[in-house]
Structures are given as structure tokens and as C-alpha cells.
Design a protein around this ligand. Structure first.
Ligand code: NDP
Ligand code: 8X3
Length: 251
């Protein structure tokens, strides 16, 4: 039997990198996609003939369409799509936030994820085989100050996942959304706080956050389930985190 093929977006760091490694270790051939080709090539060099480094900006619709149409034949039939590429930019309240940041988050987290899915899904349906695992966030379920467009973009990921499943009713294709909470060991906070290392590391002080390997393990678990089992949504937090109480402003 030939090795199954996984397509992982955002595979140059954090959850995506850990997922690409985990799936490669499990015998998948992995298309590792992101903008930073050097990081992907380092990964590919660890798994020669098993990891394909694919430079991809998910927010560039034309590039997504072309890159996926031009996949080499031995990587073209994707079995597992992990839509992980994404980012938060800033933690300012909506009234002080940057519209450019909002656009980048929507273009990446919503449209980018939709574009990759749009390009890969028809092949899965034609083969009646495939699994889509989207990386959402607890920010899509719970409001917090400064979460504004980031949280809304992850609510999109949650609902898009469920709606995909509705459209795929009657096919064998599975769709899941993993929604992690506080997670360290990735570049997420460096990106969110635009290189402010103090703010980025301060967030994790005194905590034991989720790790990229925890997310990768969850992806691997989803792929290991019997083919008739679909997990719709997984919300996961570290033990040190809980949904916060509703705020009441007093005069
Ligand atoms: P990282 O910043 O480490 O990883 C983000 C990845 O997305 C990078 O590989 C980056 O690669 C890629 N990426 C960003 N923009 C684009 C783009 N336009 N095109 C292609 N790739 C892109 O963060 P995490 O690993 O923590 O985040 C991964 C996902 O998990 C994100 O969707 C994030 O929202 C979500 N998440 C993170 C949590 C956390 O606390 N860390 C918790 C819950 C969800 P490159 O820059 O090379 O393109
Ligand atoms: C990342 C988790 O709580 O920082 O999606 O928004 S949170």
C-alpha cells in the first residue's frame, strides 16, 4: 500500500511543524506548506522523499490554486488536509485596532483556509476519501478583550467546519475542528505582539500551556479513528486555564 498523503498549512513553525513531523513519523508523505521556504526545506531534509516543501501564501488565491493544481503526481491525491496556517495580530480593543491587521487575519484565517479547502476538496470528493482538520481556537467560542477580529475569524473556522460536514453528507469525507486554548512553544505570541518578547513570554509566565506536540497528537488521534467516526469539534485547554467569569463594570 502506498503511503497516505497529508497537506499541512503553516508547517514552518509551531503546531503545523509539529503536526508535519508527527504525520511523517507515522508514515505519511507530507506536503509542508508555508511562506518561509527555508524552514520547510530544513524540515524536508530531515525526511527525504517523505516531506515536500511547498512555498505557499494561503492569502494569495491565485498562488493557492496554482500550487495545488501543480502538485507532483505522487503528492496530488491528498488524504488529510490540516488547515493550520493562521495568526493573531494585536490585542488592542476594536476602537483602537489596526484595520490592516484585521484584513490580514481575515485574509489568512478565513479566506486562506477557505481557498486551500476549495482547491483540495473536489479531489477528495471525486475519490470519496479524505479528512479535513481545521485549527480553530477557543477564541472563536469565548469572547475576551482584544480578541475582536481574531476571535471572529476562529468562529468562522468553527462554523465553516460544521457547514462543510453538512455539504459532505453522504460522502466518506470527515471534517473536524480542533480549538486549542493557551499554547506555548510556537511563534503565535511573537507574531501577535509583533516581536515584543516581553509581552510574548509574559503570557506564559507561571503556566503550563499546551504544546505544539499536544495539538499534533490530537491531529494524529483524529486520523487514527475508524473511518466511520467523525469528531466534529474538539475544545482543548491546559489544566491551568478555564473560561473566565463574565465581567461586570461597576461605577
Ligand atoms: P505559529 O506562528 O508558530 O505558526 C503559524 C504558522 O502559520 C506558521 O507556520 C506561518 O508560516 C503560517 N502562516 C501564517 N500566515 C500564513 C500565510 N499567509 N500563508 C501560509 N502560511 C501562513 O503559531 P501556532 O503554531 O501557535 O498557530 C497555528 C494555528 O493555531 C493558527 O491558526 C493559530 O491561530 C492557532 N491557534 C494557536 C494557539 C496558540 O495559543 N498558539 C491557540 C489556538 C489556536 P510562515 O510565516 O512561514 O508563512
Ligand atoms: C489562541 C488562543 O486565547 O490566545 O488562539 O486567543 S487565545
Amino acid at each position: 500500500m502506498t503511503a497516505p498523503i497529508a497537506f499541512v498549512t503553516g508547517a514552518s513553525s509551531g503546531f503545523g511543524l509539529a503536526t508535519a513531523v508527527r504525520l511523517a513519523e507515522e508514515g505519511y508523505r507530507v506536503i509542508a506548506a508555508a511562506r518561509r521556504l527555508d524552514k520547510l526545506e530544513t524540515l524536508a531534509s530531515r525526511y527525504p522523499d517523505q516531506v515536500l516543501a511547498l512555498q505557499l501564501d494561503v492569502a494569495d488565491r491565485a498562488m493557492v490554486k496554482r500550487a495545488i493544481a501543480e502538485l507532483p503526481a505522487d503528492y496530488a491525491e491528498v488524504d488529510v488536509l490540516v488547515n493550520n496556517a493562521g495568526l493573531a495580530l494585536g490585542l488592542a480593543p476594536a476602537q483602537g485596532a489596526s484595520l490592516d491587521d484585521w484584513q490580514t487575519m481575515i485574509d489568512t484565517n478565513c479566506l486562506g483556509l477557505a481557498a486551500v479547502t476549495h482547491a483540495i476538496l473536489p479531489g477528495m470528493v471525486a475519490r470519496n476519501r479524505g479528512q479535513i482538520i481545521n485549527i480553530g481556537s477557543i477564541a472563536g467560542d469565548y469572547a475576551y478583550p482584544g480578541g475582536n477580529v481574531y476571535g471572529a475569524s476562529k468562529a468562522f473556522v468553527h462554523q465553516f467546519s460544521l457547514n462543510l460536514k453538512a455539504d459532505l453528507f453522504g460522502t466518506a469525507i470527515r471534517v473536524s475542528c480542533i480549538e486549542p486554548g493557551l499554547a506555548g512553544g510556537s511563534e503565535f505570541s511573537q507574531v501577535r505582539f509583533k516581536g515584543d518578547e516581553g509581552k510574548a513570554s509574559g503570557l506564559y509566565q507561571g503556566t503550563t500551556p499546551l504544546t505544539p506536540e499536544d495539538i499534533a497528537g490530537t491531529v494524529a488521534w483524529l486520523t487514527s479513528l475508524p473511518s466511520h467516526v467523525n469528531i466534529n469539534v474538539i475544545e482543548m485547554m491546559p489544566v491551568c486555564q478555564a473560561p473566565s467569569a463574565l465581567a461586570i463594570h461597576r461605577k
